[in-house]
Structure formats: C-alpha cells, structure tokens
Design a binder for this molecule. Sequence first.
Ligand SMILES: Cc1cc2nc3c(=O)[nH]c(=O)nc-3n(C[C@H](O)[C@H](O)[C@H](O)COP(=O)(O)OP(=O)(O)OC[C@H]3O[C@@H](n4cnc5c(N)ncnc54)[C@H](O)[C@@H]3O)c2cc1C
Length: 366
Amino acid sequence: MKYIDYLIVGSGLFGSIFAHEATKRGKRCLVIDKRSHIGGNIYCENKDHINIHKYGAHIFHTNNQIVWNYINQFSKFNNFINTPIANYNGEIYNLPFNMNTFSKMWNISTPKEAFDIINKQRAIIKQPPRNLEEQAISLVGIDIYKKLIQGYTEKQWGRPCNQLPAFIIKRLPVRYTYNNNYFNAIYQGIPINGYNTIIENLLKNIEVKLNIDFNLCRDIYTNISKKIIYTGSIDSYFNYQLGTLDYRGLKFKTYKIEQENFQGVAVMNFTDKNTPYTRIIEHKHFEFGNQPITYITKEYPSDWKIGDEAYYPINDEKNQNLYKQYIHLAKSENNIIFGGRLGEYKYYDMDQVIQSALNLVDIELN
Ligand SMILES: Cc1cc2nc3c(=O)[nH]c(=O)nc-3n(C[C@H](O)[C@H](O)[C@H](O)COP(=O)(O)OP(=O)(O)OC[C@H]3O[C@@H](n4cnc5c(N)ncnc54)[C@H](O)[C@@H]3O)c2cc1C
C-alpha cells in the first residue's frame, strides 16, 4: 500500500525544505538518510558548547530577499562576516584580494599604485591563457599568483596549475578598496544556536529514519511511496550504470586545544605548497565564543572514490555530458525527482539550494 505521499531521500537543506512544505500542505512525508544525523553537510556537532561544522565551514550569505526571509522563519542569524586570512609561510594577508592585501605585499597605500603593479605583471601573458597558471597571472599578476593562488590551488586539485584547465578560474575578484568582507552579500551570518536548529525546525513533526541507505533497500521504500524526492547523487541512484560522476573529496582532522584563541579568525587559508592542509577553521569565532578552550579543524583536499562523501562536483565537459545522460535516463523513471547539490550535480551554495527547493515546491505542490 502506497501510504506515503513523498519519500524524501536525504535530510539536508533541500530534502528538509521540501518535506516541511509538503507536510504543511497536508502530504504525508517520510525522510530517510544514510547518515546517523539530520542536516546533510550543514550538520554541526556541539562539543564544549562550540558548534563544530563537521563537513566544512558553512557561512550563510545571500542577496536573495525571498530566501533570506524564508530561512529566517527557522532561525535568526548573528552578524558574522567572513574575513578570511591567507597564511603564506607565516606571512599574513587579507582576503579577498583588496587594498589591505596589496599594501602588505608591496608596501604601497593607494589604489593607483596597486593597479599599476597588477597591470604591469598581468602583461607578461601575451597569448590567450592555455592553463590555470596563465589564466591566474593574466588576471592578478605574478606576485599574487605565486603567494596566494598557486600552492592553495595545487593542493586543492592535486595537480600543478600549469596542468589544470584555465576555466577553473573564470574571474578573480580584485578590489581596489580596503574591504575584507569576502562575500559582500546583503545578508550574511551564522544561525544563532547553529545550523542544526534550522533543520530541527524544518523537520518538526515529520517522521525521519536515520542510518538507511535508500539504494540498499529501495524496494521496501518504493513499495510504500507514491513519489520520491532523491537528494543523493544521481549516478548512485542508477548504480553508476553509465559511469561515475567525479568529485573532489575532503578529509577533516579536528583537534581540541587548551587555549582560548588559536588563530584569531574563523577561516585561515594556507597558501604555500608545503603545508599539507588548505585551511584551518576555528569554529568558535563563527559565534564569537569566549570559552576557555577551542576546537580547530584542518582541511585536506583528497581524491574521491565511490563510498567517500562527495564534496565538490567537477563540472567539466566530460562530467557535464555524463550528467546529461543521467538526466535523460531519469526521464524514463516514473515518480522520482532529483534535487539538491548531489541530485543536480551543481556546486550550490545554501541559498541556491533553498531557492531550488522552493522552486520545486512551486511546481510540485502549488
Ligand atoms: C566543504 C563545503 C563547504 C561549504 N561551504 C558553504 C558556505 O560557506 N556557504 C554556503 O552557502 N554553502 C556552502 N556549502 C554548500 C552547502 O553545503 C550546500 O549548498 C547544502 O548543504 C546542500 O544541501 P543538500 O540538501 O542539497 O545536500 P546535502 O547536504 O549533501 O544532503 C544530502 C543528504 O542526502 C543523504 N543521502 C545521499 N544519498 C543517500 C542515500 N542513498 N540514502 C539515504 N540518504 C542519502 C546524505 O547523507 C545527506 O544527508 C559548502 C559545501 C561544502 C562541501
């Protein structure tokens, strides 16, 4: 008997918003997740009253008024602004590239001085950029490339920049103002009491089953559900029958440190080649914590294989073509909708996932 209107596979933002809106409209929903907790990648683990962003630093930012109003129903946000720091062999620079960065790098003070230096350095690339290295130099010049881009990017992708395609860096924002606000969005912040509050409020009074991988017991659930919203990866649903979509992986190592303040900022990027991790996150700074201890997480980019958490989709031509083939295959399936970051194979930020879920609500439920 199909007594569930919507089976929602995945309790991340996408699945939880859909479940919430469908339930509000009188539909019977069941949410399952293969992880042992709700929330997908925005889940936080609370230790010693500090919310630890278990799947990487998450900073909410948007210019979308509808999304901002929507998400504020489930939590208010603090006034955290992301002002990350780059650490190049112990030399400290502000990000994104702005007058503070240029002043430190070249001991200058005016936008004109910075502009002239960057322009002169960019000019060494005469031909259309053939790889990421040439692309980056043609955008910001050699000094910024060498100290702030090269090492970080090579660690992130596991390959030398001159062997990476130019399209990875389409543009590199350069600001000729003293402005360290990374996202510069109209709305920015961290949910007061952490991200879990949002998901808990979205899923209030909705049945959720954890530690269940849909693909290992799909018959049980398809037999009871009229329709499925699938927020896992689309190729996993089809048992990788056309091939595997590629991702870049990440490994996290978290440490408790008996010190009040470890690095003075929430996000520090390590831009040299020798430091094996790309970033250290000091979680308490997202919420202006004043606990006597602190938690930090080192992020190590890694190769990805089936079974690992899929973090960054690699939206190159090969993978986009494969994704299109899966979409084609999906059209032959009845009663299933793919959504979210994995289901749509897009590097969506949280605000984009929220908008995408609300779009589906409009199409499916209104
Ligand atoms: C390292 C990192 C940092 C990020 N930082 C930011 C940031 O600063 N700001 C920002 O706006 N966005 C950020 N994002 C993006 C943000 O995480 C996503 O936009 C959002 O979490 C996606 O929600 P989702 O519901 O689509 O997917 P997910 O959160 O991935 O949820 C999918 C859920 O489906 C479950 N699932 C998958 N397959 C199955 C299955 N077969 N059976 C059962 N359950 C299954 C998974 O366990 C998971 O819980 C970041 C992402 C990453 C990876």
